[in-house]
Design a protein around this ligand. Structure first.
Ligand SMILES: CC(C)(COP(=O)(O)OP(=O)(O)OC[C@H]1O[C@@H](n2cnc3c(N)ncnc32)[C@H](O)[C@@H]1OP(=O)(O)O)[C@@H](O)C(=O)NCCC(=O)NCCS
Length: 234
């Protein structure tokens, strides 16, 4: 997996490392400000938690070429790696609507598939942009019963303003949509297609004609040389 992706010659989207620890405060502040501005729920994260994710190689960061923060997202696992969530997606307000979140999510998805190939990839979101991005990656909307039953997973919702809705409905409903990418469902698509003679027959036909032309030309030349030698000998 290639770590660096340079987008439009302007941004670098990559797996975060210790070089990015300096960005953790800014990221958490922006998460909080954005949640307030939207007036909807978002799970709070501490800078320490964000730093841990960076050091574990489980975070994706987007920066300008000069190193200023542009966007962020991280991956978490649940139920011993049965589920992976790509969480905490945030893009700096000045850089929104230029495809940064799409690039970050694509990288987080690639990282999740590489590190946890058998895990179901899940998400909980109220964001129209995220619904769109996830759908394009192959996630489908699911009922909450398909998400981890683990209390630790739902604990992340405690800091959301809508948490009481979730508890009142016994974790059956809330404002977020649950989404899931099941690798089993996609296995068929990922299998390399077998070589199909009928499908490739046109190509094969062209190759055969070229081969015939070359071989016949060679044969013809051999025949002319033979005739010339016979003439000389006569
Ligand atoms: C949600 C967020 C991450 C999107 O980031 P972004 O870089 O602007 O997203 P992109 O430019 O990659 O857009 C992806 C798609 O969503 C659409 N989109 C972006 N913002 C949108 C919005 N506010 N409403 C509806 N659609 C939106 C884009 O048009 C694009 O669609 P397209 O592929 O058909 O063109 C960003 O607005 C943000 O940080 N919001 C605050 C935090 C948040 O809500 N995080 C999500 C928590 S689950």
């Amino acid at each position: 997996m290639i770590n660096h992706e340079i987008v439009n010659n302007e941004y670098i989207v990559q797996i975060a490392s210790e070089d990015h620890l300096r960005l953790a405060d800014t990221i958490c502040n922006e998460m909080e400000q954005s949640a307030k501005a939207r007036g909807t729920g978002i799970a709070k994260r501490s800078p320490i938690y964000v730093m841990e994710k960076m050091l574990e190689g489980k975070a994706i960061v987007a920066t300008t070429l000069a190193g200023a923060w542009v966007g962020f997202c991280y991956i978490e696992t649940w139920e011993h790696g049965k589920f992976v969530a790509n969480s905490g997606l945030i893009v700096h307000p000045d850089y929104r609507k230029s495809g940064i979140a799409t690039q970050i999510k694509a990288k987080a998805f690639e990282l999740s598939r590489t590190r946890f190939p058998n895990a179901k990839i899940i998400g909980l979101t109220t964001s129209e942009a995220v619904l769109k991005i996830n759908s394009e990656l192959g996630y489908l909307p699911v009922t909450f019963s398909k998400l981890p039953a683990d209390d630790a997973f739902w604990k992340g919702c405690q800091t959301c303003v809508n948490y009481d809705i979730l508890t009142r409905t016994n974790r059956k409903h809330c404002l977020c949509v649950g989404m899931l990418y099941d690798p089993e469902e996609h296995k068929k698509e990922e299998k390399p297609e077998k070589w199909n003679f009928l499908k490739e027959s046109k190509l094969y036909g062209r190759w055969l004609k070229i081969k015939q032309r070359i071989l016949l030309r060679f044969q013809e030349r051999q025949r002319v040389r033979r005739d010339e030698r016979e003439l000389e000998a006569a």
